[in-house]
Ligand binder design. Structure first.
Ligand SMILES: C[S@@+](CC[C@H](N)C(=O)[O-])C[C@H]1O[C@@H](n2cnc3c(N)ncnc32)[C@H](O)[C@@H]1O
Ligand code: SF4
Length: 452
């Protein structure tokens, strides 16, 4: 019997978490952050390497679909003022740690880090080098809005140390672009890709979206043709998350023009076929990479990870986040900075770290986090690995897996001696199986984005 995913989706009462962490960030508790500081500092000081995330919460335009934590500014002064606080926060972390810990990866996200100018990039670089050890030439990835790129922008980002670039495209169709307030020509995008290649960037990701207003498979096909023409090393194809209760500017999108769940599924499947026909490997639920790309290699070896930026081959066990709303994680739990830029700045300017919320992981959370991350990355998890990591206390979760595969979701997955495996057809709805292991999920209270 073939699986009817559209019918299955129609039966889901609401959306589900994206599982970029487990438990998802909406369960972090006020004051949980400061309470975890000591444990986080100890873990970071002892770590063999650290992963760093820096958030730039500013853009010079606001796209109506945007779900990121950002604010529009037409003046540069607020950005320059913000960077002065950011470098203070980096210095505060440097002072907390017992030694300069090597950095394996640094990601500048936002918002739009591409609007930073040379002076501010230099200030951030100096603060980072004073606080951490950059001698192991970490990967430095930066999110770029092509409309920010002026003469000198790419040279400035290169002198910061950029090794990877991620470019926002979303959709090239003019009607879709008008419906999401994101005008962006193919020619501009192509010129930015060419300039990045000419500057020596060997790894370029392009973000595209399905499920946007007025989108259909025909328009998606034309967008993907143009994206593929640019030969990115990776493509992130996210389903548009329409969450106007969290992002009021999304109300500017006419909901009548949004594709329904069945159309979204059709678009996701269509796009995946188009991209994989071009010899990209499908990675997790929404990424694609050329076969030789480190993300594809990590996926092949079962070494893929999922974090707040999506999929990654970075295996550092401690990640520090800088800037408002940034999340840090370590084996003992998660911490999140103040979300409001003003409150974040006040704390940092008075010499305090801006940790506001967090969560200490219980042993049960850690086991479920392991299972959910492996499901989202590999569409399977190994019983042996689980027991190797957590001992006999993992046995009830193996029984739970057997129950899931024998029950309501028998069409989506099966178990054997090795572990639980999703069927190929069910991969797009892996979040439904992940949610079976989520003891924090309260469907009646939480509102999440659509499953596909
Ligand atoms: C910080 S932005 C990328 C950098 C830059 N600001 C830009 O827009 O080009 C990160 C990415 O998140 C994705 N994104 C933003 N809002 C989203 C939403 N509501 N649903 C799904 N993906 C979203 C977009 O693909 C976007 O390129
Ligand atoms: S999509 Fe990018 S440029 Fe547009 S508002 Fe969001 S972060 Fe800013």
């Amino acid at each position: 019997m073939t699986l009817n995913i559209a019918e299955l989706l129609a039966r889901q009462p609401s959306g589900l978490p994206r599982y970029t962490s487990y438990p998802p960030a909406n369960h972090f508790e006020p004051d949980g952050g400061p309470a975890l500081l000591g444990a986080l500092v100890a873990a970071a000081s002892a770590a063999d390497k650290l992963s760093l995330y820096i958030h730039i919460p500013y853009c010079d335009r606001i796209c109506w679909f945007c779900g990121c934590h950002t604010k529009q500014t037409m003046r540069y002064e607020p950005v320059a003022d913000y960077v002065k606080v950011l470098v203070q926060e980096i210095a505060l972390w440097g002072a907390e740690l017992k030694r300069k810990v090597p950095v394996s990866a640094l990601h500048l996200g936002g918002g739009s880090p591409s609007l930073l100018r040379r002076e501010e990039l230099q200030m951030i670089k100096e603060a980072l080098h004073a606080a951490f050890d950059f001698s192991q030439t970490p990967e430095i990835s930066i999110e770029i809005d092509p409309s920010d790129v002026k003469d000198g922008t790419i040279a400035d980002l290169m002198s910061f140390g950029m090794t990877r670039a991620s470019i926002g495209v979303q959709d090239f169709d003019p009607a879709v672009q008008a419906a999401i307030n994101r005008p962006q020509s193919f020619e501009l995008t192509r010129d930015v890709v060419r300039a990045l290649r000419a500057a020596g960037i060997q790894s370029i990701n392009i973000d595209a979206l399905y499920g946007l207003p007025l989108q259909d498979t025909g328009k998606l096909a034309l967008t993907l043709k143009k994206v593929l023409n640019l030969e990115p090393d990776r493509i992130a194809l996210f389903g548009y998350a329409h969450v106007p209760w969290m992002k009021p500017h999304q109300r500017l999108i006419d909901e009548k023009t949004l594709p329904d769940s069945a159309m979204r599924l059709q678009q996701a499947e269509f796009a995946a076929n188009v991209i994989t026909d071009f010899d990209y490997r499908a990675i997790g639920i929404d990424h694609f990479a050329k076969p030789g790309d480190t993300l594809a290699l990590a996926a092949k070896r079962g070494r893929l990870h999922r974090n707040f930026q999506g999929y990654s081959d970075d295996d550092a066990s401690v990640r520090l986040g800088f800037g408002p709303s940034s999340i840090g994680c370590f084996p003992g739990g998660y911490v999140q900075n103040e979300v409001a830029t003003g409150r974040y700045a006040t704390l940092v300017q008075t010499g305090r770290l801006a940790l506001a919320r967090g969560l200490a992981l219980s042993d049960d959370d850690r086991m479920r986090s392991f299972i959910i991350e492996r499901l989202l990355c590999d569409f399977a998890f190994s019983f042996d690995e689980l027991v190797k990591c957590f001992g006999v206390s993992a046995l009830p979760l193996i029984s739970q897996a057997c129950g899931i595969a024998a029950g309501e979701y028998a069409e989506l997955c099966w178990v054997d001696d090795a572990g639980l495996h999703m069927t190929d057809e069910a991969r797009p709805v892996v979040r439904i199986i992940a949610a079976q292991f989520d003891t924090w999920l309260k469907p009646a209270e939480q509102r999440y984005s659509k499953v596909v």
